[in-house]
Design a protein around this ligand. Structure first.
Ligand SMILES: Cc1cc2nc3c(=O)[nH]c(=O)nc-3n(C[C@H](O)[C@H](O)[C@H](O)COP(=O)(O)OP(=O)(O)OC[C@H]3O[C@@H](n4cnc5c(N)ncnc54)[C@H](O)[C@@H]3O)c2cc1C
Length: 392
């Protein structure tokens, strides 16, 4: 019997040839283009920007936005296929997957869903081709889990909007050509498209991160930042429109983290069958070590099945935000536990840059927090099963 790798439960037998092909394409890209450089990128805190065009050429950006995205050059693949792209990118590094998630789910999705025809035809082809980079500004210094409290304001002034406020922890912020900024207006929360170079708008990179080092994270500042009326997203209706973007992105995260967990598990499995201690026996021959490997592959398999089921539901138009909360929370928690166990199994070697584990582990600390912390997703699930909101 061959080793099952990460296909313990014959998961692949549930996949279509197209899904397998998309996964293989993304896997090859990561093996050839991401894995050889990402350790250095992480150490040097550099986002490998040249990969943006390469990902675009492979159709990875905004790939699951449905048939209505096709006229703008998007791949319009199914959600399960897209999930495998996210999985493979995050097997490389969570920062690379975060770039693709933000570009597709948090920038292209709202333009497609809520944008004017002019906004769509101007931005979507550029964003899909990687000729423009986008970011999504919702979080503020005092409002993370509770974006409803945001202080950023937009006031009308004739044919313009004038924005004032600050956003922080914004992925891609200082490399973005376009920021989607959510602000409070007299009529409610609204999304605005702010182009790089707009007077009154600035982005500054957040340094000294010990997580997501191969990803750019920034603060955005708006000081009397004047944009034309046409910069508002005409179809956006309050905070729920911003949250719908997050639901899109969280779906990709629920898939992505499986890739990080797989990389940690495969590293630990390979290490423990060769590393010898006590009587020249591999450490994998000890029962306590085997139990850890058994737990990891079981949790990865359950996470794969959860992601596949959610992907099938999404393709059938039946996946809702509370379903996605379960996917994101379970799989991010699973991945972080896998990374911790793998680090343990590698002993001292586990803390070095020679292995990917600490990089994944510290990235996953962010993944557990952003796009709704695991606590907030527990509250979403709790509300679904009790009918009682416990956010306050
Ligand atoms: C690297 C990185 C990239 C990011 N990228 C983006 C981006 O592109 N765009 C963007 O808008 N934001 C982004 N974020 C921000 C991210 O979404 C927020 O950090 C997240 O929503 C949590 O907010 P907070 O950090 O303010 O934590 P807080 O909201 O202050 O939470 C702190 C702790 O309190 C807990 N808590 C809060 N409220 C409750 C409650 N009611 N019940 C129980 N527990 C609670 C939380 O679960 C958490 O454990 C990014 C963050 C990071 C680290």
């Amino acid at each position: 019997m061959p080793f099952p790798g990460v296909d313990y439960l014959l998961f692949d037998s549930q996949l279509t040839p197209r899904e397998l092909l998309v996964r293989q394409t993304a896997r090859r890209f990561v093996d050839e283009r991401v894995s050889p450089i990402v350790r250095d990128c992480y150490r040097d805190a550099v986002f490998p920007r040249h990969l943006v065009t390469e990902m675009a050429e492979l159709g990875f950006l905004g790939a699951n936005l449905g048939p209505e995205s096709e006229p703008y050059g998007c791949a319009a693949i199914k959600n399960v296929e897209y999930g495998f792209i996210m999985q493979e990118l995050e097997r490389g590094d969570s920062g690379i997957r975060s770039f693709a998630s933000v570009q597709g789910s948090l920038v292209m999705y709202p333009i497609l869903q809520y944008g004017s025809e002019e906004q769509k035809s101007h931005w979507l082809p550029r964003l899909q081709a990687g000729k423009a980079i986008g970011c999504f500004g919702l979080t503020e210094p005092d409002f993370g889990s509770n974006p409803a409290g945001m202080r950023t304001r937009a006031e009308r002034d004739g044919a313009h909007w004038v924005l004032n406020g600050e956003k922080t922890w914004i992925t891609n912020g200082s490399i973005a050509d376009l920021a989607i900024v959510w602000a409070r207006t007299p009529e409610g929360i609204q999304g605005f498209l702010i182009e790089r170079g707009t007077p009154g708008f600035s982005a500054s990179e957040i340094h000294d991160k010990w997580s997501m080092r191969a990803s750019v994270t920034s603060s955005l500042s708006m000081v009397d930042c004047r944009v034309p009326s046409s910069a508002a997203l005409p179809g956006a209706k309050g905070l729920k429109s911003a949250l719908a973007c997050l639901t899109q992105a969280r779906f990709g995260i629920g898939w992505g983290v499986i890739g990080a967990a797989m990389d940690c598990y495969e590293t630990a499995r390979a290490y423990t069958v060769t590393r010898k201690q006590f009587d020249d026996r591999p450490i994998a021959s000890h029962q306590l070590v085997q139990e850890k490997l058994a737990n990891m592959i079981t949790e990865i398999t359950k996470a794969q099945l959860l992601a596949l089921h959610c992907g099938r539901l999404k393709d059938a138009g039946r996946l809702d935000a509370a379903h996605v909360s379960m996917l994101k929370r379970n799989n991010a928690t699973m991945a972080i536990e896998c990374a911790r166990t793998s680090r343990d199994l590698l002993g001292a070697n586990g803390i070095t840059g020679e292995y990917p584990i600490m990089r994944h582990l510290s990235n996953l600390e962010t993944v557990r927090t952003y796009e709704g912390t695991d606590h907030i997703h527990a509250l979403v699930i709790g509300e679904r099963v009790t009918g009682i909101s416990a956010y306050r």
